[in-house]
Design a protein around this ligand. Structure first.
Ligand code: ATP
Ligand code: MG
Ligand code: MG
Length: 540
């Protein structure tokens, strides 16, 4: 079954119709190349792809909304294309808002000539105030000639031009504030990453979006619900400039608990070194969640399952990772790792004199996953916590071997430990009791023979980057950063782990699922990231 079918089984998918149109459905995904795609963008992209390619035999456009030269970079644009491909999304056509700068300029001249826009040099704060209070700008009734002259001045990027912007002449006091003469062009002397210094004026999103959608033949412009108030404005531009019809269709923005989904904030997190980069496993980027161990079909299923609801909820990561577990559990091969700290040497009485190896299934329920070597010998290692729990003559089970009886446990008392006098187990003797029933023991212990090459493995777990469920307006990001978000522990793993490659997803018995971030090489430890499973978060 595809991720989409699975999402549908659970009552999800965006299977709610778009407005009927004659001919081909055309949707578009319009990212601003000012950062890497986060999972909110992934929702927008998958949704547009769903309508264009799955529900209808339509066309998906990718449009880089590159109107803000200060924040944009080619690096981001390339990463966006790669991340879309990773999610199985391939646009039929790619364009840039900047491809339309000439046409947009001409439309702006047109709208000025029609008397439907004006040049304004009201200071930003005053303009905001006037808009709030429904007061007309002093420049609102300037002549077409004056407006055109000022636009030309802006186009030259002169000191005079920079003082001005162009505003659509829609309404002074419409109850919908988006209709109160929005700014459509600004003067900015910045060099643009694609058009260089050719343009000193840049159209705003409010102006570009309806115009380019219409010019590119988009039939349905999907936008998050916070743009709902701007739909009227969008439609006004289409009418004012006699452009073809485009439907607006809105969907809920995706938010997650204790998660930043804003490129601006994520950029700050990256730039200030809080994380290693955009693909850090703590980042809610497409790359970040993948590096943490999210699989693409699970991501697709999770997002399509959100359904067409327009309610904005603060999602919990629990369901996100629980969806992933369904995909990885049936195929993740299992290995063994023992914590290095406090590891306990065990003498196994009754084991054969010489070490021997058996081929065992890597996955108890899925033979297709293959086999691995399990080494058996008289000398093994177990975890401190297991050893410390043993009672004299208790019968326990050594996983993938059989039962054994605890014959002796030796301790050392560490005077420096806290609480004072805490005992540490320094050695155990177990006597094999293979005829014992493994179903009757309560302790199933992981163990590793020391008669194999034990592979050093660092296990790394992560916490949320921020301490608050949802940052409110006015919250300073720096005040809500989790002080410690990376937890590393050292282990030794069975010899099979030497062959694992970067990106493999595995399970260490009793420790959980991991993605190999760095393979074992040249004697350096492998690095494995813990994949959350959606179970109750553990307190750290
Ligand atoms: P950000 O604040 O993260 O920069 P944005 O909306 O400014 O978000 P764009 O690159 O302009 O970023 O967004 C591209 C598309 O992704 C838009 O259609 C936008 O509506 C959508 N999008 C952005 N964030 C989310 C989100 N959290 N949930 C759903 N869709 C989103
Ligand atoms: Mg945007
Ligand atoms: Mg934004």
């Amino acid at each position: 079954k595809t991720a989409e079918e699975k999402a549908k089984d659970e009552g999800g998918s965006f299977d709610i119709g778009l407005q009927e149109v004659e001919g081909t459905v055309i949707t578009r995904f319009p990212p601003e190349p000012s950062g890497y795609l986060h999972i909110g963008h992934a929702k927008a992209a998958l949704l547009n792809d769903f309508f264009a390619h799955k529900k209808y035999k339509g066309i998906l456009l990718l449009r880089f909304d590159d109107t803000n030269p200060i924040k944009e970079k080619q690096e981001y644009q390339d990463a966006i294309v790669e991340d879309l491909a990773l999610m199985g999304i391939k646009a039929d056509k790619t364009s840039h808002t900047s491809d339309y700068f000439q046409e947009l300029y001409e439309y702006c001249v047109q709208i000025l000539k029609d008397g439907n826009a004006y040049a304004d040099d009201t200071l930003q704060e005053k303009m905001r105030d006037e808009r709030m209070n429904g007061i007309a700008s002093e420049r609102r009734d300037a002549t077409v000639e004056d407006n055109l002259a000022r636009f030309e001045e802006m186009k030259k990027g002169t000191a005079e031009g920079i003082r001005w912007c162009i505003r659509a002449k829609i309404s002074v006091d419409n109850p919908n504030k988006a209709m109160r003469d929005p700014v459509i062009y600004r003067c900015s002397p910045e060099v643009h990453h694609r058009t260089g210094d050719k343009w000193k004026i840049y159209p705003t999103y409010d102006f570009c979006c309806p115009l380019i959608d219409a010019l590119e033949g988009v039939t349905h412009a999907l936008r998050t619900t916070e743009y709902k108030d701007r739909d009227a404005q969008y439609q006004w531009f289409l009418k004012a400039l006699k452009l073809r019809n485009v439907y607006n269709w809105d969907f809920a923005r995706m938010n997650f608990r204790r998660t930043l989904l804003s490129k601006r904030k994520l950029t700050r997190i990256v730039d200030t070194g809080v994380v290693w980069g955009w693909d850090d496993p703590r980042m809610p980027t497409v790359r970040g969640v993948r590096r943490r161990g999210m699989t693409i079909p699970a991501l697709q299923e999770f997002i399509l399952k959100q359904g067409p609801s327009k309610n904005i909820v603060n999602l919990d990561w629990t369901t996100f990772w629980a969806t992933n577990k369904k995909y990885i559990d049936p195929v993740a091969p299992r290995f063994t790792a023992i914590s290095t700290e406090g590891k306990v040497p065990v003498k196994v009485i009754g084991a054969r004199d010489a070490p021997y190896t058996e081929e065992k299934d890597k996955h108890a329920k899925n033979k297709a996953v293959g086999t691995k070597k399990v080494v058996y010998s008289q000398s093994i290692l177990i975890e401190q916590a297991d050893a410390a729990s043993f009672a004299q003559d208790e019968e326990i089970t050594l996983m993938a071997w059989g039962n054994a009886i605890v014959r002796s446990v030796s301790h050392s008392i560490n005077p420096l430990a806290s609480p004072a006098g805490l005992k540490t187990v320094t050695g155990v003797e177990l006597e094999l009791h293979l005829q014992g029933d493994v179903k009757k023991t309560s302790k199933k212990i992981t163990w590793l023979s020391t008669d194999q090459e034990l592979i050093p493995v660092d296990l790394v777990d992560f916490d949320y980057l921020i301490t608050k469920d949802k940052l409110e307006e006015g919250d300073q990001l720096e005040d809500f950063l989790t002080p410690k978000t990376e937890f590393r522990s050292h282990t030794l793993a069975d010899c099979n782990v030497a062959e694992l490659k970067e990106d493999d997803i595995i399970q260490f018995d009793r420790k959980g699922y991991f993605r190999i971030d760095k393979a074992f090489k040249h004697g350096e430890p492998a690095v494995c990231f813990q994949i959350p499973t959606g179970k109750q978060e553990k307190a750290k």
